[in-house]
Every structure is written in C-alpha cells, then in structure tokens.
Design a binder for this molecule. Sequence first.
Ligand code: MG
Length: 384
Amino acid sequence: MSIIKVEAIPLRIKRDEAYLGGIPDVSDPAAYFTRPPYRALYSAYFETAFVKIMTEDGAVGWGEALAPVAPEVVCTIIEQLLAPVLMGRDPLDGNVLWNVMYDLMRERGYYGGFMLDAISACDTALWDIRGKLLSQPAHKLLGGGYRSRVPCYVSGLPRPTAEARVALALEYVDKGFDAFKLAAGHGVRADADSVKALRDALGEEAALLLDAHWVYALDEAVHLGHALTDMGVGFFEAPINPEDVEAHAQLAAAVAVPIAHGETERTRYQFRPWLMRKAADILQPDVGRAGISEVIKIAAMAEAFNVKMAPHLSVGLGVCIAATIHAAAAIPNLYMLEYQPPVFEIANLLLKSPLICEAGYYEIPSGLGLGVELDEKRIRELQA
Ligand code: MG
C-alpha cells in the first residue's frame, strides 16, 4: 500500500482562558503578544497544525504539530517539502520515512524548530495509519502499555494570586488530582512563596512542580532550587536559558530537586548532551515537536541514564494529546504527563468522542491507531 495524499491544515480557535492567564482582547489573528516576565510569543487564539495522510486503500491517518504561533509555517513545510517525498511510500516504513524526512534539510541546518515540528506531525499521522492498517492501538505497536492509564499533573493554575491558585488546586483535589505545576518565574522569593502557599494548603503528599520559563540566572536558580528541595518539589522545570547545558549541569549538581528540561528540544541528538552532562533529571520532549517515534527513542536513551520522562503537553489539541498518551503508556521510565484542563476542553470539542482525564489519570484511547476521530467538518470551518 502506498501514500497518495498528504494535506496540512492550519487552525485558529478563539479562547478565553489560557495556561498563563492574561489574554488580551485581540481581534486580529496575526497580532501576537508577549507576557512579561516570559519572553516567548503567544497568540490570543489556540493555533495548531493538523496533517491528514491517506493511502491508496483508503486508510487515513491524522497527525498534529505543536504550532502555538504561525501554524502556516509548519503546514507549508509539510506540503512543499515533506509531502512530495512521502507520496508513493509505504506507511509501514515509519523509521525509514522519519530519516528520509530528516535528511531533506539536515545539512542546511534545519534539524530543529519548525522543520522537526512538521516531521513530527507526519510521523504521528503514520503511527495512526499503521494502527488502522494493522488493527491495533498505537501503544500496542510501540511495544505495549506499561500501565493501564497514564498519571498526570494539573498544569498552570492560571490565577493571579496565591489564594486563588490554592482555591483552584483544591477544586482539583476534590476531583481526585494530587499533582500540580505552577507557571512561575516571578522572582526567587515570589516563586518560593507560591509553592509554600500550595504546600501549606495541600499537605506533604501532593506532588508540587514548578516551571520557571527560563527566567533565572544560575545563582538565582541555585537559590530557588534549595528552597524547592526543602519543600519537596517534584521537579524544577526550565530554570535557565535552554541553550545553556553547562549551567543546568552546575545547577543539577548543586541542588537535590530534580531538574526538568526538554520542551525546546526535538531529537535524540539534542537531548544527548543533557544526559552526558547530567544536566537534567527529567526529560520533557513534546510529541507535537518530536513525534511519537523520536520521543520513544529519547525515552530509551534516557532510561540508560536512569533519567525519567515527563512529556510536555501544552496547547496541542486532540491528535497531539492522544499521541502523547499512547507514547506515555509505552514508556517504561515515565514520571507523569502534563494536563491542561482549558486546552483539553477545547481539544474535545473537535473530537467525535472525547478523551478522558479523571482523578489524576488519562485513559488510554482503545481504538485503532491513535484511537481518536476528529470532527473534520468542524475542523474545515476553523481552518485558518
Ligand atoms: Mg514548560
């Protein structure tokens, strides 16, 4: 069987509340903004990029790249660079096709960023197709589920004050969740105080995690790292600029709290120095940037270094979430998966039957391939 069609679909969906809070009222989709102290560009919309791959015998697979801004870039790469080499190929040749795609622009320096986001969407779509062709859920083809459901933490707590964040966390405690990540990076003392407010309210058993969004210098990160260690924090994510492996290695050597890193990386080559230098204790690749195939390989490499995986899952919608759940099920060295309730709700609006996340666990979709069916009519209406 061979691939006869590859179509990329950019999407924009209006949103009210997001991970970090503070969405300005922006009617122009092209008007992106930053949220100081964070330096990254954000959109007032949920933006994403889907890819639909079809085979000559009618099998259809869906993939999704994480595309928080400018999803048209990923879609252009897919349609102009990747689709021509996928046409006529056998979707069962997943590893071969990953390398074929990766090699296209490698020597020109495109072995990260948008290029890999586009490859990851196609890689995930090929897993969906293979599952359908072979009548198996994707995690079975990955070697099987190490768990019957996937543990997760509530990510973000997008409220402006410590009291409001505690109140929101307690709502989730009532629903059976016991792990929470703060979107922090507001200064060493402010971050430590935010964690303390949660620790005091939730008790010693709750897993508390902190994402600093790369705002700290090494000395500040060491200072905060000691405070987080004392409060039993489960990981300290993105403490320092992501290019600086050496500073993270020094931080990891200086503090006991596990250092988490990885949403900026996409391949095993990019993660290797983090393991070699003992610069991270937990790796966080995103399936929407690395694809299922590469995340599984990164996990295997991490396992050999006694390092755990906590796959990043932010604004990817239903295909990305389902792909991440399958990958997480098939990773032996899993810590926990991310769960962002506002995104999850939007994602389910585009699925014919919803994904389920309850009482601290994702259910693993049991259908063939990724086990989710997109509402394609709705997606065409939202196409950017
Ligand atoms: Mg993060």
